[in-house]
Design a protein around this ligand. Structure first.
Ligand code: SF4
Ligand code: SF4
Length: 340
């Protein structure tokens, strides 16, 4: 099914089957500055998690809080623009969404708002009953880890066998880049059978994640980047917005078809305390409470400050400069090709 939105000089079409999205401005050659209604909303429904991953950027713990059902409904109602309708999809995360006692109701409520829910999980709580219950209700489920050996422990197979579109969120850092190279060489194709896509997420030194593991511009990263254009992985490969500058700079990816960091322009983050910020890594910076301000006041007015601040000051002689937003506004060290 195709979804579309046309507001003034902002035009957007998404193909829900392939996940492809297209956006243009006044003409097909123009880029709109930002979306009057966000294209994607990242919602943390809890900061509760029992797994204890050392890369957890939110430092989620078993005694941390959940978003209440009433608050969740309040968030979705707030996202509904009086004139242009609701957002099309949300990405639910945490914490661990499957530890939320009301996760199934949350998925049902999302569908009632005519919004497609997706969620990310550590994989530990997937059961056949969960698979049966979420079938037909979710766009995709992403299972996150940073070592391919975890694919066996993650019960991901239940999702694949249940025909749920399943992605892997592979947190890419300085220590596992060698394994990531093997993934691109096709060495893990047996394990990746049935997976829709492996998405490489750039490691960020936030929460429990140590700054010692941030990617560096070394020969291993260069080898990884070289393999991207001709990778042999049996599933689709993808990257988070944080990795896009390196794709623009070092791969043949068409720079007109990819977005560098789009937070605060096309996507937004809302945490379990109803704080709205451009990105889940904002860590309370550029953050406004939904209890105090209307969502569209935050999105259309309050975020202007962030939008005018984010400018590319990169000094590299680089063809991508026109499309690139430069280094990450919160963790500049993760943008390994950026030089000031
Ligand atoms: S603000 Fe930084 S962490 Fe967030 S998506 Fe952009 S580059 Fe990534
Ligand atoms: S402009 Fe700078 S940060 Fe952006 S892709 Fe080029 S080198 Fe990287």
């Amino acid at each position: 099914m195709k979804i579309r939105r046309h507001i003034g000089e902002y035009n957007f079409i998404a193909d829900q089957e392939s996940g492809m999205t297209f956006r243009w401005g006044k003409t097909l050659k123009d880029n709109p500055n930002f979306a009057p209604v966000p294209e994607l909303v990242d919602i943390s429904i809890s900061n509760h998690c029992s797994k204890g991953c050392d890369y957890c950027y939110r430092d989620s713990k078993p005694n941390h809080s959940f978003m209440s059902l009433n608050d969740y409904k309040f968030v979705l109602s707030n996202l509904n623009h009086q004139r242009y309708g609701n957002v099309f999809q949300v990405a639910l995360g945490g914490g661990e969404p499957l530890e939320h006692p009301d996760i199934l109701e949350i998925l049902d409520i999302t569908k009632q708002f005519n919004i497609v829910p997706n969620f990310t999980t550590n994989g530990e709580n997937i059961t056949q009953s969960i698979v049966n219950n979420i079938k037909g209700k979710v766009g995709a489920v992403a299972v996150s880890f940073n070592d391919m050996k975890d694919i066996g422990n993650s019960k991901i197979e239940l999702l694949v066998k249940g025909s749920i579109r399943t992605n892997i969120h592979y947190v890419l850092d300085r220590n596992n880049i060698k394994q990531a190279i093997q993934i691109l060489k096709g060495d893990f194709n047996k394990e990746l059978k049935g997976i829709n896509a492996i998405i490489f997420l750039t490691f960020k030194p936030s929460g429990r994640a140590s700054s010692e593991n941030v990617l560096v511009n070394n020969s291993e990263l260069k080898d990884f980047l070289k393999l991207i254009d001709n990778n042999k992985a049996c599933c689709n490969i993808g990257f988070d917005a944080c990795f896009v500058p390196m794709l623009m700079r070092f791969t043949k990816t068409n720079i007109d078809f990819i977005d560098s960091c789009e937070v605060g322009y096309f996507s937004v983050y809302i945490d379990e305390n109803l704080m709205v910020s451009p990105c889940s890594f904002s860590n309370n910076r550029d953050s406004y409470s939904l209890k105090e301000f209307d969502f569209y006041d935050i999105w259309l007015n309050k975020f202007n400050n962030f939008r005018t601040r984010v400018i590319n000051t990169c000094n590299q002689d680089c063809n991508a400069k026109i499309n690139c937003k430069g280094s990450c506004p919160y963790f500049p060290e993760i943008t390994t090709c950026f030089k000031n």
